[in-house]
Design a protein around this ligand. Structure first.
Ligand code: ATP
Length: 451
């Protein structure tokens, strides 16, 4: 579902109410003008019930109230802007100047993805500030649409353009000469997007970007676009994450050879071309078997877990480093090896509210990462528990020195069951995957400088 299809000029309004119930009622009334069969009362009750379970405030003045109901159409999105701000949960700190209300049909299968795409869009504080300060609803609409297609091709200075063209031509030659199956372009090298129209070779081009691809015309010139959230600052780690996500999505295969081209993030300058053999890069994990993910684990769930893990590894929590262990998939087997260390904070919530694909779960997961023990996550993304002690042992594999009981527990559970374990080290920030007891560092250790 492309987001621009959901946004309608007629459903952008100036809110009069300063409380959430009133604001939602206003937005529902506008929706009902267009969709006369809309049952606004039960929808309002559903939206408020969701607010009562967990706030839908996303930060920097934006809320995303949402509800699933029998709607008769897949989605309806309404956008309300409030000059004074709408109060969330009575908290003065959480005044929403922008309220995006999403109604979804109970049968809409990509509901969590659509919710996540909207949340990603309004994560950009600059875009949000420009929407809030728009002079008219029309201008807000224009800016929102521009934000969706945010990665516009920008003209680069001549010299830089020449260099980039040269690098791209060379990449093409290397790809052909080395018999590569695809060219992987690290898109975040460019602030303003890449004009790939000069690529002439009949070779698959894959753009890797941390920006959302919803409705972005710049991406159209690439055969595939892979979104990888929260890149590590290290190049090798970036390439690894990109290949890993491409593997789980079936965009590349284990036998592929890839020509990778990239540069310093935001530099607008390609500076490196390299060739990666996927199988050799991931050999340790594969150990002769080409199933990186357990059968029951959805690729998007795995991607989400490594995104949250990478963010925790890079940013920590409130400035402090945190460690974490995620055990994903094979849950019925995994449950035989776990014991609660604390009362399970996820107990009793609806599956979709505690699904890692739900954008509101990011903060919750990060918050609970500070408690001891592991997160156990089903292959469909539902978080089964947090604060779980893993009671499995692995006598087959030796871990490098410096890695302690968290990493040992991850190795052991991945050997004992059909799961994939993801560890964030509190001491180094390194993110490591474990499958069948074998480890694959996804990001590098932080270099600690002596002062
Ligand atoms: N068996 C286990 N199951 C779940 N969590 C565990 C287990 N063992 C350790 N942990 C978690 O890992 C934390 C850190 O343990 P330890 O320092 O020994 O691990 P580590 O592998 O060196 O990880 P880090 O690099 O984060 O320090 C513990 O406080 C606990 O929260």
């Amino acid at each position: 579902m492309r987001l621009e299809k959901l946004i309608a000029r007629s459903r952008i309004l100036e809110l009069q109410s300063t409380d959430m119930r009133g604001a939602l009622a206003e937005m529902l009334a506008v929706c009902a003008q267009r969709f006369e069969d809309l049952k606004t009362e039960p929808l309002l009750r559903g939206l408020m019930a969701r607010e009562a379970t967990m706030t839908t405030y996303l930060g920097h003045g934006v809320s995303l109230p949402h509800v699933r109901a029998r709607l008769g159409r897949r989605y309806i999105l309404a956008i309300g802007r409030s000059k004074d701000g709408v109060l969330n949960d009575g908290s003065e700190e959480e005044r929403s100047k922008l309220v995006l209300m999403l109604l979804a049909d109970e049968k809409s299968r990509d509901y969590l993805q659509v919710l996540a795409a909207i949340a990603r869009l309004v994560k950009d504080p600059e875009l949000v500030a420009s929407l809030i300060s728009a002079e008219t609803g029309e201008q807000l609409y224009e800016r929102l649409m521009a934000g969706l297609g945010g990665m516009q091709v920008r003209r680069l200075p001549k010299k830089q353009n020449r260099m980039n063209r040269l690098m791209m031509r060379e990449a093409e030659r290397v790809a052909k000469g080395a018999d590569c199956d695809a060219i992987l372009v690290m898109g975040d090298t460019f602030v303003g997007g890449i004009d790939a129209s000069m690529w002439t070779a009949k070779i698959k081009s894959i753009l890797v970007t941390s920006t959302g691809s919803d409705g972005n015309s710049v991406f159209d010139s690439f055969a595939e676009v892979v979104q990888v959230r929260s890149f590590s600052p290290q190049r090798l780690a970036q390439v690894r994450s990109a290949i890993l996500v491409s593997l789980t999505r079936g965009i590349v295969t284990f036998t592929d050879r890839l020509c990778c081209i990239g540069g310093v993030q935001g530099s607008n300058q390609f500076d490196t071309v390299g060739v990666v053999e996927v199988e050799r890069e991931f050999q340790t994990l594969l150990t002769g078997q080409n199933d990186l993910l357990p059968d029951d684990v959805k690729p998007e769930v795995f991607e989400r877990v490594i995104a949250v893990a990478s963010e925790l590894g890079i940013e920590g929590r409130e400035g402090k480093p945190v460690g974490c262990l995620f055990v994903v998939g094979g849950t019925s087997q995994v449950e035989k090896f776990i014991k609660p260390l604390v009362l399970n904070p996820f107990y009793g919530y609806k599956d979709e509210d505690r699904n890692i694909l739900n954008p509101f779960m990011d903060e919750t997961v990060k918050e609970f990462s500070t408690i001891d023990g592991a997160f156990v996550i089903r292959g469909d993304g539902t978080v089964v528990s947090a604060g779980s002690l893993i009671q499995a042992t692995d006598r087959e594999h030796l871990l490098p020195s410096g890695l302690g009981s968290r990493h040992a527990a991850a190795a052991a559970i991945s050997l004992a069951t059909q799961c994939i374990a993801v560890v964030v080290s509190a001491s180094t920030g390194q993110v490591t995957l474990f499958r069948r007891g074998v480890m694959l560092p996804l990001t590098e250790k932080k270099v600690v400088h002596d002062s």
